[in-house]
Design a protein around this ligand. Structure first.
Ligand SMILES: *[C@@H]1O[C@H](CO)[C@@H](O)[C@H](O)[C@H]1NC(C)=O
Ligand SMILES: *[C@@H]1O[C@H](CO)[C@@H](O)[C@H](O)[C@H]1NC(C)=O
Ligand SMILES: [Fe+2]
Length: 454
């Protein structure tokens, strides 16, 4: 994290915007020179320049620009985050970013060293259509190289440390992290949310600013500090970069206070994957042409293949079945067969809790096709009941909602309040799954109709 003070830069003679030459423009420049603008700058590897615009969003014109500023070390290894690769709690994947193509290393535990696998993506990998997309055509910024290595031989529910980098590119700090509990052990404390995105830690403006994302991540970092979190699930709509790649770096930097220290698992959302003629179920342009490629590169999950972003994982007493609501889920589709099989094989004596999660919900009081696709509910909901799913977590709607024990739009049971007033769903007498919408990771809350028909 680095802060620049713009005051120290002497502007070259500004080309005044023509609309502002009559007095007001000059005054504006003059007052700027006697003020301080503070920017939160992160290392994005390429040179940066500060440009001061006038004329508003409709007729922007350049009032002043700074000279180019370069990063001392564009190869610096940054934004390391960890994720589970299986249910043992003994292997963790570390993924990080660097301007350096050469393999680097992770050094962890008591003197273990592993080389990184290095990958990247280019504009050619992205989607566009008859109209240009940010991802392919105008949002490009060089992502550098994405390094990844799997640390093995760890103990579950234990603390270790790592650092990553190389002698030529430099090294990260030494970071303490905690492995999740092994699948089948007694307890799991996890945090889940969707739709986080990123917000600037300064007064700048960019597209998609979820204002709550910073306070949410800072609050989770406090919980991680106090050792209250075993793992995190971010269930789709991850960075909202949607083709403006530099925002992935900002997002990775934002979450690194938690994602470098506990398992950060993800599901794919519409803002990572959806695009017309690209194989997504929904053909809106919500991914800006990314079509899931940056997402899968930054967040490699234990999936079977590329662009099949569904998987399951067990941590503590919970089996998580994680699906992509943006890929085909109709009966007989590959993903449907996979989830059916995955849930049927869960050993409930080992993991008594079954959590089903993805991005777009089956129920929300803010209904309509954009939020709830009844066809999805119709196809997939029977599997939830058959397999006695306890808890269903979805995002997409930017709010928090919790249902009764529900099946086919009918409440089959209601929770009862315990002595402290907390709602308890008694699944010793199972009736149906409970659904929660947790798309409250960052945005201002969506409004709902005052009265909801049932
Ligand atoms: C989804 O899969 C089903 C079953 O394989 C297939 O009939 C259908 O055409 C697929 N839908 C899309 C949109 O690809
Ligand atoms: C179990 O739940 C059903 C409703 O789903 C209810 O009719 C029944 O009384 C419950 N049994 C017990 C023992 O609580
Ligand atoms: Fe979404």
């Amino acid at each position: 994290m680095r802060f620049f003070h713009l005051l120290s830069y002497v502007f070259p003679l500004p080309r005044l915007c023509t609309a502002l030459t009559a007095g007001g423009g000059r005054n504006l420049i003059f007052s700027l020179l006697s003020s301080v603008l503070t920017f939160h700058v992160i290392n994005i590897r390429t040179d940066i320049e500060f440009v001061f615009f006038g004329g508003g969003f409709d007729t922007p014109c350049v009032l002043a620009r700074s000279h180019r500023i370069n990063f001392v070390n564009p190869k610096k290894p940054l934004y390391g985050h960890i994720s589970s690769i299986d249910s043992t709690g003994t292997s963790m994947r570390l993924t990080w970013v660097s301007g350096d193509l050469e393999p680097q290393q992770v050094q962890y535990g008591d003197g273990n060293t592993l080389p990184s696998q290095v990958t990247t993506f280019t504009q050619d990998h992205m989607c566009s259509s008859s109209s240009p997309s940010p991802a392919k055509d105008f949002g490009w910024h060089d992502p550098g190289y994405i390094h990844s290595a799997v640390m093995t031989g760890l103990e579950p529910s234990s603390t270790f440390s790592y650092k990553y980098g190389s002698d030529s590119a430099g090294w990260s700090e030494q970071i303490q992290f905690r492995t999740p509990p092994a699948g089948g052990s007694d307890e799991l404390r996890f945090i889940a949310y969707g739709d986080m995105g990123k917000a600037p830690r300064d007064a700048s403006t960019e597209h998609f600013i979820p204002p709550g994302s910073l306070s949410v991540i800072d609050a989770i970092a406090d919980e991680v500090d106090f050792n209250k979190v075993d793992s995190i699930f971010h269930i789709g709509d991850i960075s909202y970069a949607t083709g403006f790649y530099v925002e992935w770096d900002f997002f990775l930097q934002q979450i690194s206070s938690v994602a470098s220290r506990v398992s950060y698992m993800t599901a794919i959302g519409n803002h990572e994957r959806d695009y017309e003629d690209s194989g997504s179920i929904y053909t809106f342009t919500d991914s800006g042409g990314e079509c899931g490629i940056p997402y899968e590169t930054y967040f490699p999950m234990p999936t079977l293949e590329k662009d099949k972003p569904w998987y399951s994982i067990e941590q503590g007493s919970v089996h998580f079945t994680v699906i992509s609501t943006g890929h085909n889920w109709t009966q007989n589709s590959e993903q449907y067969e996979w989830m059916k099989n995955d849930m049927a094989l869960v050993d409930r004596s080992k993991t008594p809790w079954l959590v089903f999660t993805g991005h777009r919900p089956m129920y929300s009081s803010g209904e309509g096709y954009l939020n709830v696709d009844d066809q999805f509910t119709k196809e997939v909901e029977p599997l939830l009941l058959e397999n006695k799913v306890d808890l269903v977590l979805f995002g997409h709607v930017h709010n928090y909602e919790r249902s009764c024990s529900v099946f086919q739009k009918e409440c089959k049971a209601f929770p009862k309040k315990d002595e402290s007033g907390i709602d308890v769903y008694d699944h010793s007498n199972y009736s149906a799954p409970m659904h929660a919408i947790i798309g409250m990771g960052g945005f201002s809350f969506d409004k709902f109709p005052y009265q909801v028909s049932t």
